[in-house]
Design a protein around this ligand. Structure first.
Ligand code: ATP
Ligand code: MG
Length: 574
């Protein structure tokens, strides 16, 4: 509400000016280093088509960082007429839940992407992965280790010191096969043995120091039930899954770069139907929020937010509820680009993306957030005049909306002052203002209650001011209003940033990211009044409340009780 200035003529536009970069509708495929690699692979005949995959672990809802990965993987498939698979990386059964699987599918679809074929699960390949493990054992390239977890850590060495061989490293192939079988059949306890690749305990890359391939986990799995009590590690599962699905370009974030030699080692030594390659790009980080499922889960579990889809969350579900459109998120990801250097993107860029989209497409409406009653004393008691207002000031095709004007109306408390200087372009006692799309009114009398609070304004209107300015008098500005008889009461939820620090992860020893949480990130306004034409609107419908910002109908709305979430302000405010 910090900027309500406007001209006194209704034809003026009050649209936010966002970044023009997001304005262009034309979709030109962004060039990035991954697309250059693909272009070359196609030109060289290394591949004749492109297959990518998006491989979320179902241990939380997707966040804006995942949106970048989705746009990259599915976007490439779209542009190259290839395929993109949705594959749940579900090798860690204890932390995974079906709720997350459903939410992830919903989010990908909502963003406007369609995965190729059925949803896939890494767990769907457990038989094949097991066969690869047996193959490695038979080739003398994997062994069952019986060191404790702590011993294994000691033996692994450090960045400066090489590791040393486990005493079990030279078990015979037969012994390893027998022990691995015992792991599989449940005869070996959790933690008592693991299967390790036999690579190089002196490798400068710690990931290559005989990494664990399989561990015993006696837990139920949401897809495979109780069939398995050994589960393959991510680093073993991923290359095999990619090869089985004939993925050509396996795109992941930079933290996997040091895992690539292991990825290639698995592909090289197991008998598989294809040779996928891994490419890494930089994660998306946004300031004033966190993008880690673990931390987001903590915010949910410890009730700092109402759920994974709380409109303050940087999750796709949260942004959706907040009023973001799929188009705006895709545009944002395009603006961010794909590079190999880590960087943090300003939240303002995300906000500019949705502002531009809504500025172009959202219907306009009046909503009075803090109602103050105005009685127009020279307006006949029962007279209703249906004024015409455009649904969108720049898009006539969107039509008009009827704005019934009656003797009693509400305006926003912040649009009135008993006294004000020239900068206040709203209603002041004894002066005039235009009711947008209607007449000019003058505030003649201010009524207060015993405590001195203003309860009502007694005004008069000038019937000769519809669509034209009065002659020889100055009107301060234009304000919005709703009829006291024709309106829908509603609740409006205003949001500010969830964290007060640009980088909540940067904390002193002993502190956590929770330290900079903003206790005032949600402000609930009740008793707001929205114009009559919004009666019965459905959740997720988005509006520009003129002079206030962009808002979306929340799913908490019930019948005639509407709830709106503030999506973003009209202009950049930070
Ligand atoms: P988190 O750190 O939030 O738990 P994750 O990387 O463990 O995320 P996954 O479910 O494993 O989450 O991620 C699925 C895919 O999304 C992976 O390919 C991962 O590289 C990618 N991804 C995750 N976070 C980001 C991010 N911030 N920016 C870009 N891509 C991301
Ligand atoms: Mg992960």
């Amino acid at each position: 509400m910090n900027d309500k200035t406007s001209n006194t003529v209704d034809s003026s536009s009050e649209n936010a000016s966002g970044s023009n970069a997001a304005n262009s509708e034309a979709r030109t495929a962004p060039r990035n280093f991954i697309r250059q690699i693909i272009d070359k692979d196609l030109a060289d005949g290394k591949h004749t088509s492109v297959t990518t995959r998006f491989p979320p672990e179902p241990n939380g809802y997707l966040h804006i960082g995942h949106a970048k990965s989705i746009c990259l993987n599915f976007g490439i498939a779209e542009d190259y007429q290839g395929a993109c698979h949705l594959r749940f990386d579900d090798t860690n059964p204890a932390k995974e839940e079906d709720e997350y699987i459903q939410a992830i599918k919903r989010d990908v679809s909502w963003l406007g992407y369609a995965w190729s074929g059925d949803v896939r699960y890494a767990s769907g390949y457990f038989d094949a992965i097991y066969e690869c493990a047996v193959e490695l054992i038979k080739k003398g390239l994997a062994y069952v280790d019986s060191l404790t977890a702590e011993q294994m850590r000691e033996y692994r060495g450090t960045l400066k010191e090489p590791g040393k061989a486990s005493p079990y490293r030279d078990r015979s192939v037969d012994e390893n096969l027998a022990l691995f079988e015992q792991m599989k059949s449940g005869e070996i306890d959790e933690g008592a043995a693991v299967l390790r690749a036999k690579i190089d305990m002196a490798s400068p890359n710690i990931n290559m120091r005989d990494p664990v391939l399989y561990r015993v986990r006696k837990v139920h799995h949401h897809q495979t039930g109780d069939k398995w009590c050994i589960y393959p590690m991510y680093d073993f599962t991923h290359p095999i899954s990619d090869a089985l699905e004939q993925i050509t370009h396996s795109i992941c974030t930079l933290e996997f770069e040091a895992h690539r030699p292991l990825y290639d080692w698995v592909i090289e030594h197991c008998t598989l139907p294809a040779v996928p390659r891994q490419y890494e790009f930089a994660r998306l980080n946004l300031n004033y929020t966190v993008t880690s499922k673990r931390k987001l889960k903590q915010l949910v579990d410890e009730k700092f937010v109402s759920g994974w889809d709380d409109p303050r969350m940087p999750t796709i579900a949260g942004l959706r509820r907040r009023g973001y459109t799929p188009t705006s998120l895709r545009k944002f990801c395009e603006m961010v680009g794909v590079a190999r250097a880590d960087s943090t993107v300003d939240m303002g860029m995300l906000e500019a993306a949705i502002r531009d989209d809504l500025n172009q497409h959202a219907r306009r409406a009046f909503c009075v957030l803090r109602p103050l009653k105005v009685v127009i004393e020279n307006w006949p008691e029962d007279k209703v005049e249906n004024l015409d207002a455009p649904v969108h000031p720049q898009n006539e095709a969107m039509g008009t909306r009827a704005m019934p004007l009656t003797r009693e109306v509400y305006i926003d408390r912040e649009d009135f002052r008993e006294e004000a200087n020239k900068k206040f372009k709203r209603l002041v006692a004894g002066e005039e203002v235009r009711l947008r799309y209607g007449y000019v009114i003058r505030a003649n009398e201010v009524i207060k209650d015993a405590s001195g609070e203003i309860t009502e304004l007694r005004c008069s209107y000038d019937p000769d001011t519809l669509g034209k300015n009065p002659e020889g008098r100055k009107v301060r500005g234009v304000i919005h209003w709703v009829s006291a008889k024709h309106n829908v009461p509603c609740e409006v939820r205003l949001y500010s940033r969830l964290f007060n620090e640009a980088n909540p992860d940067k904390v002193e020893e002993g502190e956590t990211f929770l330290k900079s949480i903003n206790p005032e990130s949600l402000q609930v306004l009740t008793g707001c009044l929205v114009e009559e034409s919004l009666r019965g609107v459905l959740p997720e419908t988005r509006y520009q409340f003129e002079r206030e910002g962009y808002f979306a109908v929340d799913a908490d709305s019930e019948g005639d009780k509407l709830v709106f979430n503030q999506t973003v302000g009209l202009r950049e405010s930070f």
